[in-house]
Design a protein around this ligand. Structure first.
Ligand SMILES: *Cc1c(COP(=O)(O)O)cnc(C)c1O
Length: 242
């Protein structure tokens, strides 16, 4: 058989993630200087990283001949302490995108399905496709996740529900009451993933950590890419049960 025939059949439909257009490309197209352009397509932090973070990275650069601690002991311990959890409840990823992928590696099989809002962050569907799972895209009137409809869409083959809160690219969010009503309806066989990449920008963010503390089948995803302005470092983390 040919190499193409040996590939998983569902990979045929897999498209790559289309990232925001690089500044240099726009500069070339419009005959501008890169410094004149502010990129908003990928929600990067326009203020850049903290000078303290840059200093720490310069220091760390001296030690790159040594393999890193793949278990991320220090960072996981620090994150766990911040939330009053144990280190075993924190998983690190090469960006929170990799957490989405790791969840697929661990818990998705061909024929399973995942549920996401129609205009949700596109990576959920790409990752489901990667593992041969189907994505049920639930209509989101006013571009806001309809959690009642998403709960109603759950089938026996549903393994995951993704809730991007606030969502990218629509910028809308769901509140505490809707989340609580949704969690009351979700069966234990379904993992709920709260993607909270913009959590730190909210004045009164909904509390989803309580569901982790209750031992529910929940993963909260956060990232250093947005509020900390460290998108290029690729550090995201998941908060969940051990
Ligand atoms: C930016 C973003 C992420 C973060 O991706 P990283 O891989 O951590 O850089 C995750 N989810 C949403 C909805 C985002 O907009």
């Amino acid at each position: 058989s040919t190499i193409t025939e040996q590939a998983h059949p569902w990979l045929e439909n897999l498209v790559s993630y289309d990232p925001g257009k690089p500044i240099e490309e726009t500069a070339r197209e419009l005959w501008l200087e890169p410094e004149e352009i502010i990129k908003v397509a990928s929600n990067e932090n326009p203020l850049g990283p903290s000078p303290k973070a840059v200093e720490a990275m310069k220091e760390a650069a001296e030690g790159v001949h040594i393999y890193p601690d793949g278990g991320g002991y220090k960072l996981r311990t620090a994150i766990a302490e911040k939330f009053g959890l144990s280190r075993e409840q924190i998983i690190l990823g090469n960006g929170s995108n990799e957490i989405i992928e790791l969840i697929g590696h661990g818990f998705l099989n061909p024929g399973d399905n995942v549920i996401a809002a129609e205009h949700a962050f596109v990576v959920y569907k790409l990752m489901a496709t990667l593992f041969g799972a189907e994505t049920i895209e639930v209509p989101d009137p006013n571009y806001t996740h309809d959690l009642t409809a998403m709960a109603a869409a759950i089938t026996p083959r549903t393994r995951k529900v993704f809730i991007a809160n606030p969502n990218n690219p629509t910028g809308t969010m769901v509140g505490q009451d809707e989340i609580d009503r949704f969690m009351d309806q979700v069966p234990e066989h379904v993992m709920v993933i709260f993607d909270e990449a913009y959590y730190e920008f909210l004045h009164e963010p909904p509390d989803t950590l309580k569901y982790v503390k209750e031992g529910r089948n929940v993963v909260i995803m956060r990232t250093f890419s947005k509020i900390q302005g460290l998108a290029g470092l690729r550090i995201g983390y998941g908060i969940t049960t051990p």
